[in-house]
Design a protein around this ligand. Structure first.
Ligand SMILES: [Zn+2]
Length: 295
């Protein structure tokens, strides 16, 4: 069995208001929930756990702390005393380097991988400009996947699915359809116990309040998720989608929100997770325990 974690940055559960919420204006089978929804039906027997992203702290939830919680199982904003945006601080990096789910799985002899492709230039950045997901992998001995050769050979995907962002930066990368990226991700995930994929255009669109761009990315995500659920064997594997904080679901403001985030779990075994997740930091703990139980 394996767990594929699809991390969408900045996706919350908002109001059913087409003027502000792309999920209301452009209905998606994968994101049917609003803050007043009673009964939700998701494709392929998925179930939704509305998940608290605030870690019990005042203020607006932010990426560095939210992602650290999703990757360590720790209430990172409580630990450092505030929500922290962008990239992890030294104290958050310390949490990631000692408690990352990649390291925890490695210690019990399981295999984990990050499916996103990296460029060598990315690692020339300063420590404080490197993402939480990257630190979580660096904590372990699991290798990164690279643009050349992994992405080019169909062994990694780009955060935007299409590789357009790499092409815009001047790299040679094939243009991919969301279905092709999904097939590659499904095949990577099958060979490990835990596979992470990170997608952050949702958060960028939330900040830019761009409804037209929101439709383009939501269409891509719908096609991507549709293929993922067809290509993953849900009789034995789990697909878990989650987020670090709200943003995309309310384009009337340029900031993140305190809304709950959708944790959606697919797979015959998804009942395992039902009562184990209420806050974002519960997500990696439930995944770790689930993978550990298979030995
Ligand atoms: Zn953001």
């Amino acid at each position: 069995m394996s767990v594929l974690m699809i991390f969408l940055d900045g996706v919350g559960i908002g109001k059913n208001d087409p003027a502000s919420n792309p999920f209301s204006k452009f209905p998606s089978p994968f994101f049917p929930a609003f803050d007043d929804s009673k009964k939700i039906n998701l494709p392929e027997g998925g179930f939704l756990i509305p998940t608290d992203a605030t870690m019990g702290m005042p203020g607006i939830p932010q990426s560095a702390t939210g992602q650290t919680a999703l990757l360590t199982g720790l209430p990172s904003a409580q630990i450092i005393g505030r929500h922290h945006p962008g990239f992890p601080t030294a104290s958050l990096r310390k949490l990631l380097l000692t408690e990352s789910i990649f390291l925890q799985l490695e210690k019990i002899g399981k295999k984990a991988t990050f499916a996103n492709a990296f460029t060598a230039e990315y690692f020339e950045r300063r420590d404080r400009q490197i993402s939480a997901t990257t630190w979580a992998v660096k904590a372990s001995g699991f290798p990164f996947r690279w643009l050349d050769p992994d992405l080019i050979n169909g062994q990694a995907i780009s955060h935007d699915l299409s590789n357009q962002f790499l092409r815009d930066l001047g790299y040679e990368a094939p243009v991919r359809q969301p279905e092709e990226a999904a097939k590659i991700l499904a095949s990577i995930s099958k060979n490990v116990d835990y596979c992470l994929f990170e997608y952050f255009l949702t958060d960028m669109i939330g900040h830019s309040q761009d409804m037209r761009h929101a439709k383009i990315e939501l269409d891509k995500l719908n096609r991507f998720l549709n293929t993922i659920l067809n290509k993953i064997d849900l009789e034995k594997d789990i697909v878990l989608l989650t987020s670090d904080h709200g943003n995309f679901e309310n384009l009337s403001i340029a900031t993140h929100t305190r809304n709950q985030v959708p944790t959606i779990i697919w797979g015959d075994d998804n009942g395992y997770f039902e009562n184990k997740i209420t806050e974002i930091q519960d997500v990696p703990n439930a995944i770790f325990e689930y993978i550990q139980s298979d030995s």
